[in-house]
Design a protein around this ligand. Structure first.
Ligand code: NAD
Length: 310
C-alpha cells in the first residue's frame, strides 16, 4: 500500500517515520519549501522519545509530486488553514478507493475532505501524540498516543479497520473511538482552553492552574463548548470535562502548547478559527451563544496582527 503523509511538519514527520520504520511504503509531502528541500536532500532527522533516527524517506514539495504517483492511503497533517491547498495538490494522486485519514485538531475538516473522497473513505480522529519541528529536516515525536479513530458513516468501518491495523503495526497506539464526535469535541475542549489561554497569557499549562481567574476562564470556555457540542449530538458534562482539563494541565505542567509555540516562538498564524472560532460560528448557526469563545478567538487574532504573524 502506498502511503502519503500530506503535510510533513512536526506530527506528519512523526507518523511518517513510525510507519516507515516498520517497512511501509511512505512518501512525505509538504508545502513548506525549506522542509521539503531539507528532507529530500539530507533525510529526516527525528528524535522519537529520546532516540535519534536518520531516515531517508522520499519527500516531495506539494507542487512537485511526480504525476505518476498514486496513493492508497493519505494521512492529512497540515495546519487547518493549509488543508484546502494540500487537498488540491493531492487530488491528482488519489484513486477510487483511497482512504484519507484526518486526526488534525479542529472542527469540521470532514466538510472539506468530502469534496475529494466519499464520506466512507474518511477516517477521522484525534491524537495526543506530541511533536515539534526544531528546524527544517529536524523534528521530534513524544509520548505514546493514543490515536483515536472512527468512521463518519457505518459503511466506513472497514476502512477504520485498515487504518487501525496499520497504526498498530507502526506502534502508534490506535484506539477505535466508541463515539467519534465525542472524541473530537473533547479534544476541542483541550485545545480551546489550553492552547488559546496559554497563547493569550503567554504561559505554561501549569501556570493556568495556579490562577483562580484562569481556572474560571477554563470553566467558562468549556461550558460554552459543551453547549455547542450538542448540535453534533454530543452530551458532555462541563464539570467532568473541567476537572479532566485541570488534571491534564497538571500532568503536562511545564509544556507550552503548540499554539503558543506557533505564535509566540515562531510568529506563525494559529488554528484558532478552527477551534474557538469554529465553536462560536457553529453556535451562532444554531442560536447558541458562545461569546467567550468568540472573544478568545478575537484576542488571538489581535495578537497575530500585533506580531505580524505569517
Ligand atoms: P506543523 O506546523 O509542524 O506543520 C504544518 C506545516 O507547517 C508543514 O508544512 C510544516 O512544514 C510547516 N511549518 C512547520 N514549522 C514551520 C515554520 N517555522 N515556518 C513555516 N512553516 C512551518 O504542524 P503540526 O504540529 O505537525 O500539526 C499538524 C496538525 O496536527 C494540526 O492540525 C495540529 O493541530 C495537529 N496536532 C499537532 C500536534 C503536535 O504535537 N504537533 C498534536 C496533536 C494534533
Amino acid at each position: 500500500m502506498k502511503i502519503a503523509i500530506a503535510g510533513s511538519g512536526a506530527l506528519g514527520s512523526g507518523f511518517g517515520a513510525m510507519l516507515y520504520r516498520q517497512g511501509n511504503d511512505v512518501t512525505l509531502i509538504d508545502g513548506w519549501e525549506p522542509q521539503a528541500t531539507a528532507v529530500k536532500h539530507e533525510g529526516l532527522h527525528i528524535d522519537i522519545n529520546g532516540e535519534d533516527y536518520h531516515l531517508n524517506i522520499p519527500m516531495y514539495q506539494d507542487t512537485k509530486i511526480p504525476s505518476d504517483l498514486q496513493f492508497d492511503i493519505v494521512f492529512l497533517f497540515t495546519k487547518a488553514m493549509q488543508l484546502e491547498s494540500m487537498l488540491t495538490h493531492i487530488q491528482p494522486h488519489i484513486h477510487d478507493t483511497t482512504i484519507m485519514v484526518c486526526t488534525m485538531n479542529g472542527l469540521k475538516h470532514e466538510e472539506r475532505i468530502v469534496n475529494y473522497v466519499d464520506k466512507s473513505r474518511i477516517v477521522r480522529g484525534v491524537t495526543t501524540w506530541t511533536a515539534g519541528l526544531e528546524s527544517p529536516g529536524h523534528t521530534h515525536l513524544m509520548g505514546s498516543g493514543p490515536v483515536e479513530i472512527g468512521s463518519l458513516v457505518p459503511e466506513g468501518q472497514n476502512n477504520v479497520e485498515v487504518i487501525y491495523n496499520l497504526l498498530e503495526q507502526a506502534k502508534l497506539n490506535p484506539h477505535k473511538s466508541e463515539d467519534l464526535q465525542q472524541s473530537i469535541w473533547k479534544k476541542i475542549c483541550v485545545n480551546g482552553t489550553a492552547n488559546a489561554l496559554c497563547t493569550i497569557l503567554e504561559c505554561r499549562l501549569s501556570t493556568l492552574n495556579e490562577s483562580e481567574y484562569a481556572r474560571k476562564l477554563v470553566y467558562d470556555i468549556t461550558k460554552e463548548i459543551v453547549e455547542v457540542a450538542t448540535v453534533d449530538g454530543v452530551h458532555l458534562n462541563a464539570d467532568e470535562v473541567y476537572h479532566y482539563l485541570i488534571d491534564l494541565n497538571d500532568k503536562v505542567g511545564p509544556h507550552f502548547p503548540s499554539m503558543y509555540q506557533d505564535l509566540i516562538n515562531n510568529n506563525r498564524r494559529t488554528e484558532i478559527d478552527y477551534i474557538n472560532g469554529a465553536v462560536a460560528r457553529l453556535g451562532s448557526e444554531h442560536h447558541i451563544d458562545a461569546p467567550i469563545n468568540q472573544f478568545v478567538a478575537n484576542m488571538v487574532h489581535a495578537k497575530e496582527e500585533q506580531r505580524q504573524a505569517k
